[in-house]
Design a protein. Structure first.
Length: 493
């Protein structure tokens, strides 16, 4: 494939006089803007809207969509992100007019259906996590984390533990864990992993104190390993008067097999846009519901949906200890509808099978690849595993990731977790078949050979994508996030 042309911003397609919509004449008398708005809020010049016909708009966005890699076009083994297939049925359900055309200010009597859906989705998530109650408000995993940590903080405040100012986070943790604890005003105490890549119980004992508010655990951790000592961990943490936060973003490895609630966890967030197969990527809408045990229930964001004895659903706003609202209205409701549809369609047997298949696929790839690229923490993994490309030289993880793009696949997550050098974190997910996995092994085998026979082809990859190697440092330091007539795209190498 030859790199295609880059699609310019839609403004570049603008032609004076063209128009995509014909608005009817207003049926109300014209009021001078100055009468309605204060002077400072008035534009001095008309907005620079592109003048494009409908056909041009559709072609522009269709071309743009072809420049992207997505789960609908190919394999996407981006570790920790769970880029699994999103069933189209769920989109159809979310597009039903009764859901899609609902307004958040409609009265409860008119919105019993969606309230029932939210109530039942909450119950489903509680069954999977083994928790007591949940809020569906958070719009992302990271926001679920912040919500959970703020609830832990409120709990300690009410139980005279407000001098607790530390949150323990293992060095294999997802980066958002440290950020969430810090945003909530805590000091992060980093916990070194054991040689096997798990929480080191001795180190944990040494770090726990009357200053500890909580531990934040990702399980399976970012090495794809299940924390075997999880019961001992939660016991130690509780004995120290602290609480256990469970990062359940990647619950797809354990659904139907093990529940955070049974592991002694006090708070867990799940990512509907990972485990429950709702679309994600590109910063699109997500949902990171957060579930708690009964002792944290009073702190959940309000309102919660409750069901009265007569079967009526309503919003319970009367929650005096609530940490408050974390998202407008009820979160990303369209995503909640998709997750509910997924849950119903899968059933508990289907969820269990999804976990089994996710773990099987990851172990299949791990055992086929670990002869080419060592797995530093090798052994049976859960839904993902981490290879090291350090034997292939400095920068090899990046170069392999770039080269994989030439074969119509997305790159794995690279340089994460930080405790593996030249890390390639691979998560095949349960929705891929063996032919796709075998093709990935073929691609990795070929790239490994290329390192010896033709290293330049790897070092200068990708060769077939519309953008090759953008200047990442420049993009980060001087990002161009907004079109202006003067803005020019940066040269890429
Ligand atoms: C993806 C992920 C998060 C963050 O979720 P977002 O929805 O991207 O904010 C947190 N923890 C883990 C382990 C994850 O994989």
């Amino acid at each position: 494939m030859i790199p295609g042309p880059l699609e310019p911003p839609i403004f570049a397609h603008s032609i004076a006089g063209h128009q995509g919509v014909d608005l009817p004449a207003a049926g109300v008398p014209r009021v001078e803007p100055a009468v309605l708005l204060p002077g400072v809020a008035l534009r001095s010049a008309p907005p620079l809207l592109p003048r494009v016909a409908e056909s041009q708009v559709v072609r522009h966005y269709t071309r743009l969509s072809h420049l992207n890699h997505c789960v609908d076009t190919g394999f996407y083994p981006l570790g920790s992100c769970t880029m699994k297939y999103n069933p189209k049925l769920d989109d159809e359900v979310a597009a039903l007019p009764g859901f899609a055309e609902m307004h958040p200010y409609q009265p409860e009597a008119d919105t019993q259906g969606i309230l029932q859906l939210m109530h039942e989705l909450e119950k489903g998530l509680l069954a999977v996590t083994g928790m007591h109650r949940a809020s569906l408000q958070p719009a992302a995993g990271a926001q679920g984390e912040l919500t959970g940590i703020l609830m832990i903080k409120a709990y300690h405040r009410d139980h005279s533990g407000s001098e607790r100012d530390q949150v323990i986070v293992p060095d294999s943790a997802h980066g958002t864990n440290l950020a969430s604890a810090t945003m909530a005003g805590y000091h992060v105490v980093e916990l070194p992993s054991s040689p096997r890549g798990l929480v080191d119980l001795e180190a944990l004992r040494a770090h726990l104190s009357e200053r500890t508010a909580a531990i934040m655990l990702t399980n399976p951790n970012t090495l794809g390993l299940f924390e075997e000592d999880i019961l001992e961990i939660s016991r130690l943490v509780h004995d120290a008067g602290a609480l256990c936060y469970y990062d359940g973003a990647n619950l797809n490895a354990i659904m139907g097999k093990a529940r955070p609630g049974d592991m002694g966890m006090d708070v867990v967030h799940v990512n509907l846009h990972k485990t429950f197969s709702t679309p994600h990527g590109g910063g699109g809408p997500g949902a990171g519901p957060v579930a708690v045990t009964d002792r944290l229930e009073p702190y959940l964001p309000a309102p919660l949906v409750t069901r009265d004895p007569d079967g009526t659903y309503r919003l319970d706003r009367d929650r005096p200890s609530s940490i408050g609202r974390v998202k407008a209205f009820h979160g990303n409701v369209g995503v909640l509808v998709r997750a509910y549809s997924y849950l119903l369609r899968m059933g508990s047997g289907g969820l269990t099978q999804a976990s089994e298949d996710a773990v099987l696929n990851a172990n299949y790839l791990r055992t086929r690849l670990h002869g080419l690229f060592p797995v530093p923490y090798d052994g049976p993994c859960m839904h993902e595993f981490v290879l090291s490309a350090s034997e292939h030289g400095a920068g090899a993880a990046r170069d392999i990731g770039k080269r994989i793009l030439d074969f119509g696949m997305h790159a794995p997550t690279v340089y994460f977790p930080l405790i593996v050098h030249e890390a390639l974190m691979i998560e095949p997910t349960e929705t891929e078949d063996i032919a796709t996995l075998d093709r990935f092994v073929e691609v990795m085998t070929r790239i490994d050979t290329e390192f010896r026979s033709d290293p330049d082809v790897v070092r200068t990859a990708p060769h077939t994508t519309p953008v090759r190697r953008p200047d990442e440092a420049h993009a980060a330091r001087e990002p161009v996030l907004r079109w202006s007539p003067e803005a020019r795209p940066r040269e890429s190498r």
